[in-house]
Structure formats: C-alpha cells, structure tokens
Design a binder for this molecule. Sequence first.
Ligand SMILES: Nc1ncnc2c1ncn2[C@@H]1O[C@H](COP(=O)(O)OP(=O)(O)OP(=O)(O)O)[C@@H](O)[C@H]1O
Length: 293
Amino acid sequence: MAAAARPPEGGAPALSLRDVTCTFVDREDKSKRYTAVRDVTLDLAAGEFVSVVGPTGCGKSTLLNVAAGLLQPSTGSVAVFGEPLAGINRRAGYMFQSDSLMPWRTAAENVAAGLEFRGVPRAEACSQAEEWLKRVGLGGFGDRYPHQLSGGMRKRASLAQTLILDPDIILMDEPFSALDIQTRQLMENELLALWSSGTARPRPDLASGGPGRKAVLFITHDLDEAIALSDRVVVMSAGPGSRPIGEFRIDLERPRDVAEVRVAPRFIELHQAIWAVLREEVLKGYKQQLAAA
Ligand SMILES: Nc1ncnc2c1ncn2[C@@H]1O[C@H](COP(=O)(O)OP(=O)(O)OP(=O)(O)O)[C@@H](O)[C@H]1O
C-alpha cells in the first residue's frame, strides 16, 4: 500500500473521517441491519484531489453523504479543517450524478441562486454568475433554460453553480458518468483547469498550481478517470462493512490532459497496480449482486 498523503505542515486536513461506521435498516429484511461502511478513516488534505473507487454498492456515496453532513455516521466522527462537523458541511460544495439545475430558472439564474440564498444582492449575484458561465465555457448561454442545454452544458452550469460559492472542499459523486466519453474528457480537463487555478474569483495573478486550491473528494466507478484526475486514489473493499483497502499516490505530472495521460507508461503501471487490488473486490461485488437478485 502506498503512503497516505499528509496534510500541509501545521494545517488540519480539510476533511477527516475517523472510524466512520454507517449502519442502515436492511432494505430486504427490515428486521435486520446492514453495515454499509465500517471503521473508515480517511483524510483529505487542503487542496488535495482524492478519488474513491470501489465496487457497486460498497458505500462510496454513503461516505460522501457523511462528508457533506447529510448523513450522520452511526459511530465515528468527522472533522472539517479541525472542527467537528455538526449538521451540514458549510465549507463544502456538492456535485452529483444528476445535475441540480432548477428547470424554471435560466442557466444564469441557476448559477446565481446559491449566492442569492446567501443574501448577496441580485445584481451582484447575476454579475458573478455571468462571469462563472464564461469561465466554464457557457458565456452567452446564461438566458437558456436547462432543457435548452446539452448534457455537457448542463454539467458546466452545475460546475459553475458549485464553484461560485467558493467552497474549500468539493464533493463529487460520479458527476460526469452520464456524459458521452468525449464530453466527459472535456469536462474532466475543465475541472482540472479550474481546480488548478485555485480560487473562485478570476485571479490572473495566480499561476496554475498556486495556493488556494480546493480539496476535492471524487467518487467514481471509473479507474481511468480516478487516476487521470487525482493526487491519490483510495480503493474500497466490497460490502458489507466496506473500508479502504488500498491507497495509491498518483505521481503523474501536472498539468495533465486526461486523454493524453492515459497512454503514459506510469499511468499504465498505476492502473495495473490499483486494478490488482480493485479487481477482487469488483468480482465479490458482482457475486453479491447475483446472490441478491
Ligand atoms: N438509506 C439507506 N437505507 C438502507 N440501505 C442503504 C441506505 N443507503 C445506502 N444503503 C445501502 O448501503 C450500501 C452502500 O450504498 P452506497 O450508495 O453508498 O454505495 P455506492 O458504493 O455509492 O454504490 P454505487 O457504486 O452503486 O453508486 C448499499 O448496499 C445500499 O443499498
């Protein structure tokens, strides 16, 4: 197992899960309980990009919900920049598989909504939204409604909707899985460029890779995507009682182009090493699914 990332000197991790266990009432048999994840300890350093991969149903989304403060763990604790998390994680922004655009609002109104809910005056929120739409490549599309946008454009709008709030942590649950492969790669590169540039506000003074990057916890089924994007990949075991069983530092140079990096010899080495750990778990996951069917 490769060494875990350490938070920067003297700084608390952006997110720290300690011995987190989540138990639910079993969906099949209400008299039983099902332990989705057990004793999960996971740190996410400030500015670090970490992906979590694992077989279907191993508890990846459960962990993300715990990090978001949407789900309280049955046991264990969560800290955000050293502070115990109670309730919703206000330092985090979320992006899920299905986009969260409100169909009755235009793209610009959707992007501005979070700021308006925080009390930012409408004119200011709209001006920032226009700026963000430009940054995600949707300049000129602000007046379109979600149904008038392609899947990729809706993802861009969702990304702007998340980033406009300038969260220190971004929680992403398979955000690009519904996209075709080309659009997906464009969005992945877009995400890396925005992440590398560091701050929410346009800052031409900041070199790529400068300070102020957001910490990203990225859930995906796709190992290629995890390696191409991340500083570190965490592999979860099959459930029940899923937990991290492998952790790999991704020492590929940045900036990366997600399509090009996939043919780099080091990428292939990392892929083989991680797949060697993941494969068994995926097979176990399939067997469980078949047994349950
Ligand atoms: N509220 C709930 N009540 C009962 N069981 C739940 C609940 N939420 C999750 N589970 C179960 O916990 C396990 C983990 O679910 P979770 O959605 O976190 O897995 P996942 O790894 O994100 O799955 P996938 O890869 O399919 O998206 C699953 O077996 C799921 O059925």
